[in-house]
Ligand binder design. Structure first.
Ligand SMILES: C[S@@+](CC[C@H](N)C(=O)[O-])C[C@H]1O[C@@H](n2cnc3c(N)ncnc32)[C@H](O)[C@@H]1O
Length: 271
């Protein structure tokens, strides 16, 4: 009996949902088109493109880099190998930030290390009266973030090339959000799955994993208005150490929030 495509894909380790996403990318169509044209036989060039994508997927390349897109907070973001692929757990950071930003007030928001721009753009779209500044050290990532802002007509985000707070002068904000690199160098997960293909600068902080979070906490205090909030994502086992750092610097209302898997994923405090 001939093996079905599903069996072949499974044998190669490709989930059907990924196979479908790659098919859409190879044909340059969306799901609605696939449903409406399910009888159409792909042409030779389309088959070649599809098998090329499947081969790259078999070699481990992340689906988001192959399709050039990933959904975050119900918005489709362009992604390239210059940026971290937006993660579902980072949506928690956006949710908590939105709780701290009233819809009707012109609050100033800073997104440190914006990558694809997913966090800053999601906040900007849900809080059109806010003025969002998004910083990033990597120029190629900034290009992607700017393109995503254009794609979503997020006109209330300004992108700034900056080493953390370096280019911001004495600017102060009502809310600072960050998803900084927080993986320890030498963590074996770095050699696995999508992480292996993602920019090291987006992932690795230093020997302990807290080498970016520590300075961000220390410097954020001087960039917040009275009553302002710092909120940041961290690793699954870093919450207690992050709360201790926040308390040592003098933050109030220090807390951690759990993601859908029940893991303390975001911590923060108020000035
Ligand atoms: C974990 S990624 C987060 C990207 C995006 N905010 C997200 O949640 O998907 C961390 C980002 O920090 C940036 N980065 C690393 N070191 C930096 C620095 N010194 N100053 C500013 N950004 C930095 C990386 O280029 C990367 O885009």
């Amino acid at each position: 009996m001939t093996a079905s495509i599903a069996e072949l894909l499974r044998a190669a380790g490709i989930a059907l949902v990924d196979a479908r996403a790659l098919l859409r990318a190879a044909l340059g169509v969306d799901d609605a088109y696939l449903a409406a044209h399910s009888e159409r036989v792909p042409g030779a060039e389309e088959c070649e493109r599809y098998s090329g994508l499947l081969e790259r997927r078999c070699a481990g390349e992340p689906v988001a880099y192959l399709t050039g897109e990933r959904e975050f907070y119900s918005l489709a973001f362009k992604v390239t190998p210059a940026v971290l692929i937006p993660r579902p757990e980072t949506e928690l950071l956006v949710e908590i930030a939105l709780e701290k930003i009233p819809p009707d007030a012109p609050r100033r928001v800073l997104d440190l290390a914006t990558g694809s721009g997913c966090v800053s753009i999601a906040i900007a779209k849900h809080r059109p009266r806010a003025r969002v500044v998004a910083t990033e050290i990597d120029r190629a990532a900034l290009d992607v973030a700017r393109e995503n802002a254009r794609r979503h007509a997020a006109r209330n985000v300004e992108f700034v090339e900056s080493d953390w707070f370096g280019a911001l002068g004495a600017a102060r904000f009502d809310v600072i959000v960050a998803n900084p690199p927080y993986i320890a160098a030498g963590d074996p997960h770095l050699e696995e799955g999508d992480l292996w293909f993602e920019p090291r600068r987006a992932l690795v902080a230093g020997p302990s994993g807290l080498e970016c979070i520590g300075p961000v906490i220390a410097r954020a205090h001087a960039h917040l208005v009275a009553g302002g909030w710092l909120l940041f994502e961290h690793g699954h086992d870093q919450a207690a150490r992050c709360r201790a750092l926040l308390e040592r610097i003098g933050f109030q209302q220090v807390a951690s929030w759990r993601d859908l898997a029940g893991i303390e994923r975001v911590s923060g405090g108020q000035v």
